[in-house]
Design a protein around this ligand. Structure first.
Ligand code: 26M
Length: 804
């Protein structure tokens, strides 16, 4: 598949002529983009075909990653990189007099996820293909992805994300009508004895056509392309002839219309449950159908198939596979159950109690009565098997159905052979606390898989300048094997390299400064510290702690304009769930504080506060390479892992962190001297929960500094926040500050002083930065998926790695 620039240019011109009857000079960016995608796609489609045919030939065990969210962002550059075409296309475009970056910018972000969980799924897909594993994704093709965020008067406003309506559409998908399956929902079900089994007879059920749209997941230089299969709900052809009403049609098409924003507070939305069953049933049916085409015995399916349940949203996989094995394949309950548990595995992504998913029994019955029957039977057998053998209360606490609800995490754990957390601390907490009862029942099922990130996207693509400096220092092998980045540790004393790091960072900051100017009109100084907090807006992530410190600095500078502080630009990127009132109030307060500070002439360049709109994958790719400081300041024990911490570290930012999630492992890798750790530990947080000795009001009343800073929320110092300021003030004082913001405030100030002091010694700073870059390889998702493959799914790599 060796391609020369000349051949590419020729192909490109030819394809453009065929598709649009245009010359290069007459085509729009959108037409150029579409033509390029079409060339890329036809070039990998032969490999794609071979990849899955080879699986069959070799009788490979395959795994399927079920996730209600995938957040890949843009795919053009990533596909070009992985195919080995990137540089060639950039050069060819230059020769044609075309602006490659402008053309690439035409692609809409594929934003079919909320944040960490969906992005992790996308990084895993990249790594699984790049490591040559036979693992495919299974999810939903939402017509509307995560809402677009705008700020109006400092308030978040949500707009629909019409990603499929852009001129570019989704260039990467292939609609496979021939692979459609029918999903049955609603109605009633009766079990009728037929020969030696019970046959379910459905009444008044709705039949939904599930049509798969496949997206190729291209591996890095390895002739391997996996499939991300996203399902869309349509009216079945048979029903078409029965003249469905507009209302009927809408009922069906609504199922895959919108991605739900992460609203852990809101529950009972029947459409969400329909979405869950829809993609679970479609995915499992298509797996079983495929399996049966090539294998006989369904009682051996666990030897060829593994299914991964990403968070509890796809937990009905357990019941759906049981349904098919029992009702359609007539296996005995025992055999079906044994296979199901062997096939399934589950990842937990949060300990936040309000995010643990439950569904009311009547709702589950309404959406899919047969699935409820099966879940009830699993629950019944679970209770019966344990009765008399263990403490009755433990059984009550762990059973799937209790208090009128179906507990999805219980279903996932009981119905699978593996439950993992996403960082060591998180897994420890699952075992000792959140899922302790299950841990006593099934200790062998629990394991840790610390999250990871795709170094191709987050270093090679997002930060080409840094990538090139690394090439010059240790050669190019790290591009194929991230572990090679550790060789950078041999160059800590290379002052020429450290200078180059300064230049790279500066250039990236200049690039971001342009984006900031364009989006906000604010001019920022690239010589200042770029201090970055980018993640969903959530109380536990404590954007508020960051804001309070900004207010403190502002007050200090107003009091003493000559105060010698290292200039800082505070950069936020965050969406709040539309119904999460408190989070939206924090956004408003940050925006108003930003307006106050940025327009205050006396502050000059010493302090700027920038809240970029519509944070997402593409914006992250601009922000992360430009960051000096990475804010990872969640209340200890609350952030399961975090992954922006890993991306920022990989790009040379230094981390200010609590001992939470993967921050602990980052500290272990870089050493305590190369990270800024502060704040309560998990043990201290839990101690407070136990003895109720935290009284945040005392901190307000007794600490003059905290008093002064909090007052600005309610005394008019920060304008236009009378409602929001009071809401936040009250939460931190009278409502006892659930996330220990005031408790950690002074420790946070102290550690940030240390950041300033370190930054003044640029040699030291760059050395620390280098150590962080080198050690970030421990958090490559290539390594993470290898562990999933060997320790959970038992699948092997089937592709040879190519060159770099
Ligand atoms: C809930 C209800 C309705 C609609 C959506 C949701 C929902 C969606 C996503 C709830 C939670 C969701 O994701 C949780 C999540 O993103 N967790 C994060 O997972 C990352 C990857 O493991 C971790 O790094 C983060 O620490 C963790 O917060």
């Amino acid at each position: 598949m060796e391609l020369t620039k000349t051949a590419f240019i020729e192909n490109f011109k030819k394809r453009l002529g065929q598709k649009y009857a245009l010359d290069v000079s007459d085509a729009t960016d959108s037409e150029l983009y579409d033509t390029l995608c079409s060339l890329v796609k036809s070039s990998y489609s032969a490999i794609w075909r071979h990849t899955w045919k080879d699986y069959l030939k070799e009788n490979e065990k395959q795994a399927y990653y079920f996730s209600i969210e995938f957040l890949p962002g843009k795919l053009l550059k990533s596909n070009l990189l992985n195919m080995g075409w990137y540089q060639l296309v950039v050069d060819a475009f230059q020769e044609l007099g075309l602006d490659f970056e402008k053309v690439a910018a035409v692609e809409p972000d594929m934003a079919l996820g909320n944040g960490g969980l969906g992005r992790l799924a996308a990084d895993f897909m990249d790594s699984l293909a790049s490591e040559g594993y036979p693992v495919n994704g299974n999810g939903i093709r939402y017509k509307y992805g995560l809402f677009k965020q705008r700020f109006v008067n400092g308030y978040q406003v949500e707009l629909p994300d019409e990603w499929l309506k852009t001129a570019a559409g989704n260039a990467w998908e292939i609609r496979r009508a021939s692979k459609a399956v029918t999903v049955t929902m609603g109605g009633h079900v009766n079990l009728v004895q037929e020969n030696d089994y019970l046959k379910p007879v459905y009444e008044d059920a709705i039949l939904i056509q599930a049509v798969p749209y496949d997206v190729g997941m291209v591996g890095y230089h390895n002739q391997h392309v996996n499939t991300l299969r996203l399902w869309s709900a349509e009216i079945p052809d048979e029903a078409e002839s029965q003249y469905p009403t507009i209302e009927d049609r809408r009922q069906i098409e609504d199922i895959t219309a919108v991605l739900y924003p992460d609203d852990s507070n809101e529950s009972g939305r029947r459409l969400r449950l329909k979405q869950e069953y829809f993609f679970v049933s479609a995915g499992i049916q298509s797996i079983v159908r495929h399996y049966k085409k090539y294998h006989e015995a369904l009682d051996q399916i666990s030897q060829r198939v593994a299914i991964h349940i990403n968070d509890t949203h796809p937990a009905m996989c357990v019941a759906e596979l049981m349904r098919i094995l029992l009702d359609e394949e007539h296996l005995s309950w025992e055999k079906a159950w044994e296979q199901t548990v062997k096939v399934m595995s589950y990842t937990n992504h949060t300990i936040m109690a309000e995010a643990l998913e439950t569904w009311d029994i009547p709702l589950m019955n309404e959406i899919q009565p047969r699935i409820l029957q099966i879940i009830a039977e699993i629950d019944h057998r679970f209770v019966t098997a344990l009765a008399g053998k263990t403490d009755g209360q433990l059984i009550e606490r762990t059973r799937i159905i209790s208090g009128g609800k179906v507990h999805m995490a219980h279903l996932a754990i009981i119905g699978s052979h593996s439950t993992n957390g996403v960082a060591q601390l998180h897994t420890d907490l699952l075992e000792s606390d959140v899922l302790h009862d299950f841990y006593t029942l099934y200790p062998e099922r629990f394991n840790n898989k610390t999250n990871g990130i795709a170094t191709r996207r987050w270093l090679q693509l997002a930060n080409p300048r840094l990538a090139e400096v690394i090439d010059q220092t240790i050669g190019r092998n790290w591009r194929q094997d991230a572990n090679q980045l550790q060789q950078l540790l041999d160059h800590q004393a290379d002052s020429q390299l450290l200078d180059q790091l300064v230049q790279v960072k500066l250039a990236n900051k200049q690039r971001l400064a342009k984006v900031i100017k364009q989006q906000t009109g604010v001019t920022v100084n690239p010589q200042a510290i770029f201090d970055v907090q980018i993640k969903r807006l959530h109380a536990y992530k404590r954007q508020l702690l960051n804001l309070l410190r900004i207010i403190k600095l502002y007050l200090d500078l107003k009091e003493n304009p000559d105060l010698a502080i290292v200039p800082r630009v505070f950069i936020f990127g965050a969406k709040a769930a539309p119904s999460y009132h408190y989070a939206k109030s924090i956004i408003k307060c940050i925006n108003e504080t930003a307006a106050l500070i940025n327009h205050d002439q006396t502050i000059q360049d010493k302090l700027k506060v920038i809240f970029l709109e519509n944070y997402g994958v593409s914006l992250a790719e601009q922000i992360i390479p430009a960051a000096d400081v990475s804010e990872q300041i969640s209340t200890a024990s609350k952030e399961a892992s975090g992954t922006s911490n890993m991306k920022l570290m990989l790009n040379g930012a230094l981390t200010v962190a609590t001992l939470d999630g993967a921050n602990i492992e980052i500290k272990e890798q870089v050493g305590a001297d190369n990270i800024f750790i502060f704040g309560l530990t998990k043990q201290e947080v839990y101690q407070y929960y136990q003895d109720h000795s935290y009284h945040s009001l005392d901190y307000y009343q007794q600490n003059p500094l905290i008093h002064r800073v909090l007052n600005t929320l309610v005394d008019g110092t920060i304008p236009n926040i009378s409602a929001e300021g009071h809401e936040i003030f009250d939460s931190l004082t009278y409502l006892n500050d659930d996330y220990f913001v005031l408790r950690d405030f002074e420790a946070y100030l102290r550690i940030q002083d240390q950041v300033d002091e370190t930054y003044r010694d640029q040699h030291k700073w760059q050395q620390m930065s280098l150590i962080n870059i080198a050690n970030a390889c421990h958090f490559s998702s290539d390594g993470t998926v290898k562990k999933y493959a060997s320790e959970i799914w038992n699948v092997r790599s089937v592709a040879q790695k190519g060159g770099v």
